[in-house]
Design a protein around this ligand. Sequence first.
Ligand code: F6P
Ligand code: MG
Length: 456
Amino acid sequence: NSTTPREVWTSEPGAMAAETAATRWPRIVQDMVDAVAQAMLSSSVSPAQRGEGEDILRQLKQLKDEIEQDEALLPLTTDGSRETKEYNTKLSSFGPITWSNSPWLFAECYLYARVNQIITSKPTWREFDVFAQQKASALAASSNAVRELSTRYMDLPTSASSPLNDTRVDSDAAYRLFIEMTQVALWGNATDLSLLSKLSLDQIHALQGAKAIEEGQARIVSNDTRAAWEYLCSVDGPRRIDIVLDNSGFELFTDLVYCLYLLDSGLASDITLHPKSIPWFVSDVLPKDVDVLLSTLLESPDFQDEDGQTQKLAQKLKECLARGLIKIKEHRFWTTGFDFQDMPAEAPDLFEELCKSTLVIFKGDLNYRKLVQDKTWPHSTPFRSALRCLCGGQSGSADGVNRKGPKILALRTNKADVCVGVPEKTVQRLESEAPGQAWVRNGKYAVISFSDGGPV
Ligand code: F6P
Ligand code: MG
């Protein structure tokens, strides 16, 4: 399409995509090899599991070689599933592509689909999450920030005059609390494992906690918090909020605190969480990660504090889940190779559902790239223009129907080259402050972008 820029390819010299293909993907696959090898050391591994485990190891090593030697992306093994057909149809639509000459977003999704096929084709390994160990260690490393945030939240006054019970649009205190809680969820995204897996404990702590959040304010390079607040306050009747989750561990914890805040403040009447259904981009949330998180907070000695605030908060969350105030809903679409602008055509049921939501919050970098199609948009492109058919109106709509799009709030720390909605003057300042695209890549800058679903 001549009106939109091209997609980011791994062959682009100097692009982050090229570096990802050359060094990060092989490292991520090596980490998987290590995780399977480690699991096989367990004394409870049966002979059948051992045999299948050896086969998984062989296939993962082969995949790593294919990436390092820049071989072709092979079709997934035909297994009759819709997912496999979709991946293979999209793969063949590009013609022959290799790891270092492929559309970045698609190739990276394909990588995780391929690994999933390798592992789930072995009956004794079907339930194995190859990233579980990495996720658990990262969660343990976040215990300080988890306890600090639990105390902050549980200490909020709940009196009638508290900002927590105030959704008047012109209340300064209530708006400030909204800003704070939104930023907690935003900066929770600074610690995903696919980009930052080699951080030390000190570095993780520096990225988390109240101080980091306060200092982060100036690094939000496009900020629609006010528009989102005004919109939410203006909605009458029940407010259903959806959150398309990103990473487990600390980020999931911040998202759940955000859920509590939205429910306690009355900004949401109920919340639907959308996790992934297969191990995805190393640290993304699987449904079972929610249980893992809450039981870790309740039971692990690392998370005990004197007044038990973390456990009280975890208990509150469990109750919200039990009462259906927070629901978890899977959909196969989230782990396809499609971007979200394909949703009206490829997952119309999901699209329709999200259009009915009061607000759909998309967490993190990958979800953001899928929202704006991972294209080389000029950074000053308005967010809504880059959303195209996810905005209302007929223009850009895949099926030509004139409708209002979903109301979208993206909370994303910048970890890949695509970034829109940044005023031209800010772009110039950032180029001198964090040159060489560092401000879109290093996870230290962020965007809070809102669309009310109206036409561009
Ligand atoms: O290549 C970098 C990357 O793996 C991206 O594909 C993805 O955008 C990001 O890291 C993961 O970040 P997040 O967990 O915030 O989506
Ligand atoms: Mg992620």
